[in-house]
Design a protein. Sequence first.
Length: 386
Amino acid sequence: MSSVITEVAVQVFKTEARTSVDSYGHRHPGPSVPATGALLRITDSDGVSGYVLGKPNYLRQDQMEQHFRPVLIGSDPLAREAMDKKFAIRQRTRAVELPEHSCSYVDQALWDLAGNKFDTPVWKLLGGARTEIKAYASTMCGDDIEGGLATPEDYANFAVALKRQGYQGIKLHTWMPPLPGSPNLPRDIDACAAVRDAVGDNFSLMLDGYHWYSRTDALKLGRELDRLRFDWFEEPMDEFSLRSYKWLADQIDTPVIGPETTPGRHRSRADWIANEACDILRVGAMNGGGITPALKTMHMAEGFGLECEIHGNGAPNLALVGAGNNVQWYERGLLHPHVDYDWVPPHLKSIVDPVDENGMVAMPQRPGLGEDIDLEYIAANLVAEY
């Protein structure tokens, strides 16, 4: 007889953060401050648990009681598709109560449980395409911090430092609101040009532009990226307009990549392929609704001969890049001259994605997602448990 899920629980705990988020959701350097995290645990009748770290606002007590436990308790922990269908039915009329991010955490925890049950890393269960992958350095957005990312020269200096560390590619996030004077198209172009001049020709560069450029500004910037030989151009316009993305992709040589924030998981990304709105498809464990729909997206892209870029860092996304033959990079970031990405927060024993001197990240060998969570620390620093 197969096991069934017997427990679904969340622990909210005190931890530490060294970055801050502005009103537009962009991350910047910050002082060391108290923070809260959440740990979702799903346990089956064999005593095997799956864990995932998340944000408390997406793992609320009312969601546990009204949605997660009614669907999960008593279900086969490996029957992810059956549970996903039940969540989809609930989301149809209660999407505000049950956003995709929340469902993503459940899917991630179920994959961690499966990996722990079979004593196997999740990236192997997903397909096991590689044992390591090259990482690109993904910068934070521009700022007005002295010695930070305040000028094109700052970006150039930081790019040289990242190249010396072994990175084979860098993705720029330039200046965005609410920073005064943003967006600024000429300054974006100057930053891209300064970085290319600093790192030389045989080095991969990408740009994540302002999310709401007009068509004309996106085209101007895209043609400059052609001249500077960038590897891709990401999210330059409102992603609800597929026609705008096709219009842009048809007119520049630099590959256009997307989407990032479009809801609908693999289904909406099928429309991006069908409408030829991008040259490289994009998905992640969080913005794609979970590991399961993200894997479907990767395979769908492969069927059309498209590369698929995995959005974001962390254990679930590292598992995805380890699974697909049409994935070329792991996004390591967000990076900044004033931030130590390799700092280990107190609720972890180690980070999941250390990079070597050649810019490579190895797939974790721990079973499950490979996150090295300090369960004793979390138990000793509880804020709430439900």
